[in-house]
Design a protein around this ligand. Sequence first.
Ligand code: ZN
Length: 131
Amino acid sequence: MYKKVSHIGVAVKDLEKAKEVFGTLGLEVEGEEVVEDQKVKVAFIPVGETRIELLEATSSDSPVARFIEKRGEGVHHLALGVDNVEAMLEELKAKGVRLVDEKPRRGAHNTLIAFLHPKSTGGLLLELCQE
Ligand code: ZN
């Protein structure tokens, strides 16, 4: 079951600069951490129940680096909060939805996450996120 929009991932070239920009807008950056698995440095900005997730690539072969190369900085993915990522993946797979991740993996802030393939979501990169 989908619970809420967990966060909106935004690809940035320079995390420090992005933090300044959002700070000027009156938003406060919460935590910062490196997610080795995805080769990104992440900073979260809480906005009500949802968060903005700033993503900076930690290496040139990071998916975020490739995204910026192709499409520039901006909205990278939308994350929907779910109760159980694994069950959701099975359910969607049974419906013929293409998955990027067949199994959940570790995301920032001790979450379990999995990405769906944009070919099955109208071009949007959708992340399932279990807190
Ligand atoms: Zn995310």
